[in-house]
Ligand binder design. Structure first.
Ligand code: NIG
Ligand code: FE
Length: 400
């Protein structure tokens, strides 16, 4: 066993564990859900949290790790990533900052570079990106395909992803590849008749970019159904660039999560709440594409469960830093700090239908970060400053 000691604030995401009294701290919206224990300790048995509570009541551990008076938070659950790719699109970003508009069309640039890359190049790039994200506190990664767009290239991406995470997503329907430019239905047939069957048992999730310039609602519905029939759970890129029916389609298909939701009507939000579909907001995308930020207050008021993820990808958002996303979410999407921290941990776990991660209470996997800051609030209060001192996954240090 390992006892983590000298924790100023332990964010458990288990309201029943809380010792800090919300009434005395004039609790902001979302505070109670964090289940904050002040002057805390945490016991880890193997890969699992076995006890949390006030330091004064702590059991003995075989060894100890001192948090040195810093806060401890659950590892970030980054539930939306496109990390298997080759090539560089920094010029596209620079052109966008100089006035050009983001469109789905840029994906084709990365598809060409990815097809031309060796397995080793793709995996080395993936590993490098994952290490960077781990240093900013991410302990769980969902990772999507979508830059191969042939049977062999999509399966190749899945095989690489499966060596690094259990949360693998097939998004062969990312855009219509150039060779099917004049026959988009032919590509949808390829996805349904060949790629999805070959990916069965390899992909946990099926995803589609439902958008102008990508796939129509009708095509999306057919692809999601085919994925579900092959044993995958559905999630969806919905209403990123335009308002439309994608959020309601995600709800109607019982998607675990509808992601982006940059444009969401009241009826869309009501449908998500009713279906129990998580809305995964991606503040880095609005930042990097100069799109309007959705207002999280509307999502919370409608009773929607909200996650925050990075969407790290070479086109619409090339940050993997969840602390940066939290700062943006608070500043520009009107999350409270508490809502943002919850959404990047427990919210991400909900978006992946996981109950073993995203919290620090007995039975959870021991995924956590130690901050060089006395409060979780510093994650938003000190944007751009790396406050992640140590990161542990399943009870072992992965970034220190
Ligand atoms: O989530 N929206 C679709 N896919 C990515 C962007 C991919 C790209 O531009 O390469 C996204 O924003
Ligand atoms: Fe995406």
């Amino acid at each position: 066993t390992i006892l983590v000691t000298d924790i100023s604030e332990l964010v458990t995401n288990d309201p029943s564990a809380a010792t800090a009294d919300p009434a005395t701290t004039s609790a902001p919206e979302g505070y109670e859900r964090l289940g904050v224990i002040t002057d805390a300790a945490m016991l880890i048995d193997g890969d699992t949290v076995s006890w949390v509570g006030p330091a004064a009541d702590a059991p003995a551990g075989d060894t100890t790790i001192s948090a040195k008076g810093g806060a401890v938070i659950p590892g970030f659950v980054d539930s939306h990533n496109h990390l298997v790719f080759a090539g560089d699109r920094s010029a596209e970003f620079a052109a966008r900052m100089a006035g050009q508009k983001y469109s789905a069309g840029g994906i084709a640039t990365t598809v060409a570079a990815t097809r031309a890359a060796s397995d080793a190049e793709l995996e080395d790039n993936l590993t490098m990106l994952m290490r960077q994200a781990e240093h900013s506190g991410t302990t769980t990664f969902e990772i999507k395909t979508g830059y191969g767009l042939t049977l062999d290239d999509e399966i190749r991406q899945l095989d690489i992803i499966n060596r690094h995470t259990d949360e693998s997503t097939l998004i062969a329907a990312h855009v219509v590849p150039p060779e099917y430019k004049d026959d988009p239905e032919g590509y949808v047939d390829l996805v349904i008749d060949e790629i999805i069957p070959a990916a069965a048992g390899k992909a946990k999730w099926i995803d589609v970019f439902c958008e102008e310039g990508a796939f129509t609602e009708d095509q999306t519905a057919r692809i999601l159904d085919a994925g579900v029939a092959a044993g995958m759970r559905p999630r969806l890129h919905a209403n990123q660039l335009t308002a439309g029916g994608a959020l309601q389609l995600a709800a109607a298909h019982s998607c675990a999560s509808a992601d982006h939701a940059t444009f969401a009507s009241d009826a869309d939000l009501a449908a998500l709440a009713e279906a129990g579909t998580v809305a995964t907001l991606l503040p880095g995308v609005e930042f990097s594409t100069r799109q309007p930020y959705p207002d999280a207050r509307r999502f919370h008021a409608a009773g929607v469960t909200v996650a925050i993820a990075s969407d790290c990808n070479p086109g619409s958002c090339f940050t993997s830093s969840i602390p940066f996303c939290i700062a943006l979410a608070v500043r520009d999407m009107h999350f409270t700090v508490e809502q943002a921290v919850w959404s990047a941990t427990a919210g991400g776990a909900a978006a992946l239908e996981r109950s073993d991660i995203g919290r620090l209470s007995p039975g959870a996997r021991a995924d956590f970060s130690i901050l060089t800051a006395p409060s979780y609030r510093h994650l938003a209060y000190r944007p751009g400053v790396n406050l992640i001192a140590e990161v542990h996954r399943a009870g072992r240090p992965i970034a220190v």
